[in-house]
Design a protein around this ligand. Structure first.
Ligand SMILES: [Zn+2]
Ligand SMILES: [Zn+2]
Length: 463
């Protein structure tokens, strides 16, 4: 997905891929030197912040610079704007490995608060921002203990407090104070001279104090006008504690452990993309990876290739891609176990899909046979149309020979009551084809080709 960003410096629109923008936002919040699992938390946090701006979640992008998802104006969409910083390798890796994941509560992206160090426990939201947010609950955090706070102590005079808090404090004047444990049991004569007092539990004569502290007289008074305010932790204490998160990562916990620890009751799930990025919304597709383990018809190729495993990995990869494009996708099997043909047909019929695609491979006794072929049932015009598009897309991307579309009366083609196609991707018995089938990148490309073909098919149909 491409994102439009309003660039404050140049007053121009910049366009960049969503994932690059997420990397940039994450780079502002976390250092490259943190553990990968901590950085992943921040990749997800950045993506969650952006998801809140998307129309899918009721957002309208930047409210000030319309038509842009965010702006780089400091203090508007992002506290610091979007400084031009270099994106580190670990950030890119973390963003890639958390692809599309965001943090949700009640199906909406959360407001992912975080702070530098909680100092023992995080806070309930009502104590910080005044409103109760269910996922921002107090949790105990032992993880950030033992870290020294820098500049944790600060002195404030009464004047400082008046100025900073905009209040008026009535200052003590010529008052003797009994301050428990510090100054106690003052004995004053009728001249106003201190005869004796206890300091820190020990009795002193007024003259002793005068000598030891270098005072001018025994007629003195004291009053509390300067305060030491000492802090535990750094930040407001809401949500994720960065120092604690890093410690959890060091102890081997992953980003899911960390996010679930600091945000109460959340889900980590795939982000819904806006409509225009979901051309397959409303479509139901069944993927049918043939030949599970133990199927007597499972093809065996050279290099110990097993048909059932290849078919399943293509189905799983294609499922992921089709879902990203908005389709509802079901598989006739999720694991390596074999599912009987009649059960596979029944699963497909029960779901009333728009399309069923059986995924298989070819074998032949002669190693020279290679290429891609597809089968449909002769009356099924829609399957014929999609079949040709899929062949075209796959042969282009995998540089395989297009062996064409044929009619057949295979069980699935006959028994499934909707458009159904059998795709035989490559020949497991051909050395060049077998190399491609053993290459995960090629499996990915094949899945992309199938996905792209399905999108083309429906857009050319005009629905
Ligand atoms: Zn903005
Ligand atoms: Zn903490």
């Amino acid at each position: 997905m491409q994102c439009n960003i309003y660039d404050w410096d140049s007053s121009k629109t910049i366009s960049m891929p969503m994932e690059q923008l997420i990397s940039l936002v994450a780079s502002i919040n976390i250092k490259e030197t943190f553990k990968l699992e901590t950085i992943k938390c921040f990749a997800i946090i950045a993506r969650t912040q952006l998801a809140r701006k998307l129309s899918t979640y009721g957002g309208i992008g930047c409210e000030k610079h319309k038509g842009h998802i965010i702006c780089t104006e400091p203090g508007h969409c992002l506290e610091l704007g979007l400084p031009k910083i270099e994106i580190g390798e670990n950030i890119i890796k973390a963003v890639r490995e958390t692809e599309n994941l965001i943090i949700t509560f009640d199906d909406k992206p959360i407001k992912p608060y975080y702070h530098y160090r909680c100092g023992g426990s995080t806070e309930n939201s009502e104590n910080v921002i005044g409103s109760r947010i269910t996922y921002l609950r107090k949790v105990f955090c032992d993880f950030c203990q033992g870290v020294d706070d820098e500049e944790k102590d600060k002195f404030y005079t009464l004047e400082d407090l008046e100025r900073l808090l905009n209040v008026k404090i009535e200052k003590p004047k010529n008052v003797y104070y009994n301050i428990r444990g510090i100054f106690e049991n003052i004995d004053i004569d009728d001249q106003g001279r201190i005869k004796s007092l206890y300091i820190g539990g020990k009795a002193f004569k007024g003259t002793e104090i005068m000598e030891k502290l270098g005072l001018n007289s025994t007629r003195f008074n004291y009053m509390p006008v300067r305060f030491l305010i000492s802090c535990i932790g750094t930040g407001h204490g809401l949500g994720l504690c960065i120092t604690g998160a890093e410690e959890m990562a060091k102890r081997g916990m992953d980003y899911r452990d960390i996010l679930n620890y600091y945000y109460t009751g959340i889900k980590i799930e795939e982000m819904e993309l806006p409509e225009q990025d979901k051309p397959l919304k409303g479509k139901v597709i069944v993927l049918d990876p043939s030949s599970g383990e133990g199927d007597i018809y499972e093809g065996k190729g050279i290099n110990n290739l097993r048909e059932g495993e290849i078919n399943l990995s293509i189905a799983l990869e294609t499922e992921k891609l089709l879902k990203q494009k908005g389709a509802k996708v079901y598989l006739t099997r999720q694991g390596k176990e074999n599912v009987h043909l009649s059960d596979r047909a029944e699963i497909a019929n029960r779901l009333h899909p728009d399309f069923v695609i059986t995924i298989g491979q070819s074998t032949f006794q002669n190693q020279s046979a290679s290429g891609t072929e597809a089968y449909y049932y002769r009356e099924d015009k829609e399957a014929a149309k999609l079949g040709n598009i899929i062949l075209e897309e796959i042969c282009k991307r995998l540089e395989s020979q297009n062996r064409g579309l044929r009619t057949a009366d295979f069980y699935m083609l006959k028994e499934v009551k909707c458009s159904t196609l059998q795709l035989n991707l490559l020949y497991m018995t051909n050395p060049v084809d077998a190399d491609k089938l053993a290459n995960p990148d090629k499996i990915k490309e094949a899945s992309e080709a199938i996905t792209h073909a399905i999108i083309r098919h429906y857009s050319e149909l005009g629905n």
